[in-house]
Design a protein around this ligand. Sequence first.
Ligand SMILES: *[C@@H]1O[C@H](CO)[C@@H](O)[C@H](O)[C@H]1NC(C)=O
Ligand SMILES: *[C@@H]1O[C@H](CO)[C@@H](O)[C@H](O)[C@H]1NC(C)=O
Length: 135
Amino acid sequence: MQFRILLLSALAASIATALPQQVVSGDEVTGTQCLDTSIQFDTHSTNVAILGICGGIASSIQKCGGNPSSTTGQSGTSLFTLNATDAGSTINISKGRWERCVKAAQLTCPQGSFQTTCIGGATPSGDVSFSLTEA
Ligand SMILES: *[C@@H]1O[C@H](CO)[C@@H](O)[C@H](O)[C@H]1NC(C)=O
Ligand SMILES: *[C@@H]1O[C@H](CO)[C@@H](O)[C@H](O)[C@H]1NC(C)=O
């Protein structure tokens, strides 16, 4: 019995290590507001839109390139809009942080459009406010 529990916790720990971007507490974001909870975004489109920010951060690209002050990622009707919160700052968010911030916002707003702020991800200072809305 004890041994099985140990095995299960070891399995859970290894899954957490394999998928670090999936493990979120909700503290990655602040001020999350659910907007229209009746919108049913296509999950695949939303995942593609996540990788569409900053001109694309798919496959080997690990962070937002080009230092934009704002950027969008869109696929189908899923539209992410991101802004650096501090005037003069630009977005250089890593892919891992970005994916964790989306997941964290979806803990509060599992369905529909929302607006929130990802803590960090901008240089030289500030955060990244972002929304998922219907394109
Ligand atoms: C963003 O740029 C700053 C300054 O160049 C750097 O310290 C920081 O590590 C970068 N952040 C990411 C997520 O790459
Ligand atoms: C980003 O900035 C644009 C232009 O100022 C604004 O319309 C939009 O609401 C902002 N979005 C977020 C999520 O901050």
